[in-house]
Design a protein around this ligand. Structure first.
Ligand SMILES: [Mn+2]
Length: 336
C-alpha cells in the first residue's frame, strides 16, 4: 500500500516535471526574428520541439546553446557600442599580447598630428582593442600566492585632462577585465576640465551603456590640477580602498589581490604596484625590474633599486618596504 502511494507520488512529480518542461519550452520559443537574422537560422522552432522526445540531456544542451547564443548577441550589441566610437573590442588584433603594434605607411601619415598632440601614438591606440591581452610579468612565486576571498573592495580613480578617448577606455576596460568583480566597487573618471568634445557626452554615454552603474564621471568646472582632481575622485568614492591611477594604464590579472590584502593587514599602508612600461610609439609592453619609486631633488620621478636586505631574502614576491611605501608588481603605465 505504502509502495503504491510512493509510485503515485512519483508519477505526479514526473507529470509536474514534464508539464514544467513543456511550459518552459513554450515560454522560451525563439522570438520572431527578421529574415536573415542568425538567431532565427540557428534555432528554428522545429528543432526545439523535437528535443522533448530526446530526453533531458538534449534539453540541457538546447538551453546551454541558447545561453551561448544570447551571450553572442549581447556581445555583438556591446561591440557595436565601441564601433560607434571607431574603437575595437576583443582580446586579439593589433598589439595583442602586449606586442608592438604597427600602422601602414598611409596610416603613419595620419598618425603624426595626434602623436604630437597627445605625446603618444593615439591614432595607433584606436586600432588596438580595448580588451587586448598583455603579458603577465609577475615572478612565478607571485602567481602562486593564494589570497583570501574576503578582501576589501576598491574604488579605482582615473584622472585625465584631454587624454585620448581610446586610451581612457582601454584603462577602464582593462580595470574591469582584470579586477575580480566582487572586489571592484566602482570606477571613477575625474575629468579635470578637458576641452575635447569626445570626452564629454560620447565618453559618458559609452561608459553608462557599457558598464551601467559601475562607472561614475566627475567633472571639474575649472582646471584644478592633479592632486585636487584626485581629491575630487576620492570624495565620490564609496569603496573601502581607493586606488589612484593615471588614465593611460593597463592592468594584468592578479594585480588587485596583493594590494588589497596588504591594506587589509594594515589600513595605514600606502601600496604602489610595480609598474611596467607601455611604449608611447607602438604600445609594446616592456617589463621593468622590481623597483621602488622616489623623487629627485628636482622632483623627477625615479625608479629606485630595492635595498640590499630585499635582495638578500631571495624572494621576489616580498614587498619592497621603503619607509612607508611597499611595492608590488603589476600595474603598467605609459611613461608619457
Ligand atoms: Mn602617466
Amino acid at each position: 500500500m505504502a509502495s503504491l502511494r510512493r509510485v503515485k507520488v512519483l508519477l505526479v512529480l514526473n507529470l509536474i516535471a514534464v508539464a514544467g518542461f513543456v511550459l518552459f519550452l513554450a515560454k522560451c520559443r525563439p522570438i520572431t526574428a527578421k529574415s536573415g537574422d542568425s538567431f532565427h537560422d540557428i534555432h528554428p522552432r522545429a528543432e526545439v520541439v523535437n528535443l522533448t522526445a530526446r530526453g533531458i540531456s538534449s534539453i540541457q544542451d538546447a538551453v546551454l546553446k541558447r545561453l551561448s547564443l544570447l551571450e553572442d548577441i549581447v556581445y555583438r550589441q556591446l561591440n557595436g557600442l565601441s564601433k560607434s566610437l571607431g574603437l575595437i573590442e576583443g582580446y586579439g588584433g593589433r598589439g595583442k599580447g602586449g606586442l608592438p603594434a604597427t600602422l601602414s605607411p598611409e596610416e603613419e601619415e595620419k598618425a603624426k598630428g595626434p602623436h604630437e598632440k597627445y605625446g603618444y601614438n593615439s591614432y595607433l591606440s584606436e586600432k588596438i582593442s580595448l580588451d587586448r591581452s598583455i603579458p603577465d610579468y609577475r615572478p612565478t612565486k607571485c602567481k602562486e600566492l593564494k589570497y583570501s576571498k574576503d578582501l576589501p573592495q576598491i574604488s579605482i580613480i582615473f584622472i585625465f585632462v584631454n587624454e585620448a578617448l581610446s586610451v581612457i577606455l582601454r584603462s577602464v576596460h582593462s580595470a574591469v577585465n582584470h579586477t575580480p568583480a566582487h572586489l571592484l566597487k566602482e570606477i571613477i573618471l575625474v575629468d579635470d576640465n578637458s576641452d575635447e568634445e569626445e570626452l564629454k557626452a560620447p565618453l559618458e554615454e559609452y561608459v553608462n551603456k557599457r558598464y551601467p552603474g559601475l562607472v561614475k564621471v566627475v567633472r571639474n568646472q575649472k582646471r584644478e590640477g592633479l592632486i585636487r582632481a584626485r581629491i575630487e575622485g576620492w570624495k565620490a568614492a564609496t569603496g573601502h580602498v581607493t586606488g589612484f591611477f593615471d588614465a593611460h594604464v593597463e592592468f594584468t590579472a592578479g594585480w588587485a589581490e596583493p594590494v588589497l590584502s596588504r591594506i587589509q593587514e594594515n589600513r595605514r599602508r600606502v601600496i604602489l604596484p610595480s609598474i611596467d612600461n607601455i611604449k608611447q610609439d607602438n604600445f609594446e609592453v616592456q617589463r621593468y625590474e622590481n623597483s621602488a619609486h622616489g623623487y629627485s631633488w628636482e622632483l623627477w620621478c625615479m625608479y629606485i633599486s630595492p635595498p640590499k636586505d630585499w635582495w638578500d631574502a631571495g624572494d621576489p614576491s616580498l614587498p619592497i618596504s621603503i619607509q612607508f611605501l611597499e611595492i608590488i608588481r603589476n600595474e603598467v603605465i605609459i611613461a608619457a
